[in-house]
Design a protein around this ligand. Structure first.
Ligand code: ADP
Ligand code: MG
Length: 389
């Protein structure tokens, strides 16, 4: 599927630098089946790497600086890898600077290099192109300069690079981009970073992403607010039930019994989190026994919670999910990612995909005057070297 992307990236490298690249790296975006807004609430998540990737081509050089070319943007940057990294106004370069800073922080020394990259991951749709950028770049440097960084540490350093850029993200995106496996989802315990793979067999159903193609600017202010509300909710719970150290130990019954001690918003956020943590475990069990109808029902419940209790949805996303709920061929649908726009993840009966896509795209265009974007994805390998066969 990415053959053309790999060929064009390689050809661009050869034309620009006159050499065949020494390493080609593919770094995937990710989906999350369930477990939304609970990576920072001590919950579990259930992500997987997908077959949309950023392709990087690298070579070592004897130059005194290093060059990185963003093929899709037609831009390049020249960097002194021995200097301390500073944030730049050219946003995309910061992910690279962030990684170089992590290497310096760890005392890992690299030489100079040329790097070009191009992507099939839509940017800002909730498929984590930024994690693919950080982890693919570091993976390539690790190979090129034999740094001996373990995969889990590539993910952690990728996360630190994103924090350095200024986004206080959890570990899910980088972890799934690096550790993904074909046809497997990863259940990650966000508290301990323990993880286990579960077979991702959706039997008679296809995984389809409908991208609302909108991004409302509410996202970052709401994100910080939700984090605060959850902290308040947990503090109140713990003061009544000392055994509750995190939302994971709390029950719905406990929360309901102290409902009048908190604001309505704090109650709603906490209620969502407690139920979503349980849903991830139920979803894993449903997947393991091949019960895709139950899995789908859980996705609908998550959307309901994100829309009505956590309040991070929007009219466009609610319209997509509400429309699909009425379709017998759709067993599950929900917003995926932070919310206020971006993608929905959907399970559609095989053979019915085209009919559903056409109907929804038309209705979406009529309602909002916006084109619905559609991505078919398969669950694929994490960041890896490409070996031409
Ligand atoms: P996402 O949900 O896709 O991770 P982010 O806002 O976190 O969205 O990251 C997107 C940023 O990553 C872009 O603004 C850009 O700086 C960088 N990026 C992603 N893909 C590319 C690309 N193909 N070329 C250049 N920069 C990219
Ligand atoms: Mg991102």
């Amino acid at each position: 599927m990415n053959t053309q992307l790999i060929q064009s990236t390689k050809a661009f490298f050869e034309k620009t630098f006159g050499n065949t690249p020494q390493k080609i790296v593919l770094s995937p975006g990710r989906i999350n089946i369930i477990g939304e807004h609970i990576d920072y609430n001590d919950g579990y998540v259930l992500p997987a790497a997908i077959d949309k990737v950023i392709c990087f081509a690298f070579e070592k050089t004897n130059s005194t600086t290093s060059t990185i070319v963003a093929i899709d943007l037609g831009e390049s940057v020249t960097i002194d890898v021995t200097a301390d990294s500073k944030l730049s106004d050219t946003i995309w370069t910061n992910y690279f600077r962030g990684i170089l800073q992590q290497l310096q922080n760890k005392g890992l020394v690299i030489g100079n290099f040329n790097c070009v990259f191009s992507s099939s991951i839509p940017v800002g749709s909730g498929l984590s192109s930024s994690a693919a950028l950080e982890c693919g770049f570091l993976f390539g440097l690790n190979e090129l300069f034999h740094l001996d960084i373990k995969p889990v540490d590539i993910a952690l350093m990728g996360q630190s690079a994103e924090h350095w850029v200024g986004i206080n993200c959890g570990i899910m995106d980088q972890f799934s981009s690096v550790m993904g496996k074909t046809n497997q989802v990863i259940k990650i315990d966000c508290r301990t970073l323990e993880y286990e793979y579960h077979k991702a067999d959706f039997s008679d159903y296809s995984l389809v992403l409908f991208d609302s193609n909108v991004k409302h600017s509410l996202f970052s202010s709401a994100y910080n607010q939700r984090r605060e509300e959850c902290e308040q909710g947990l503090a109140i719970l713990s003061s009544h039930f000392p055994e509750v150290k995190s939302f994971r130990e709390a029950t719905e019954v406990q929360l309901l019994s102290i409902k009048d001690t908190m604001t309505e918003d704090v109650f709603k956020r906490s209620h969502y989190v407690i139920k979503e943590i349980k849903r991830v475990t139920l979803a894993c069990e449903a997947l393991d026994r091949g019960d895709i109808e139950t899995l789908g029902q859980l996705l609908f419940e998550t959307h309901e919670g994100l829309s009505k209790e956590y309040e991070v949805s929007c009219a466009e996303l609610d319209m997509i999910v509400d429309t699909l709920k009425k379709e017998p061929a759709v067993v599950g649908s929900r917003v995926m990612g932070g919310g206020f726009g971006g993608c929905t993840i959907n399970l559609i009966k095989k053979g019915q995909e085209e009919a559903i896509k056409t109907k929804l795209a038309q209705l979406y265009q009529e309602t909002f005057g916006i084109e619905l974007k559609i991505y078919e994805v398969t669950i694929s390998n994490g960041t890896s070297l490409y070996h031409p066969s």
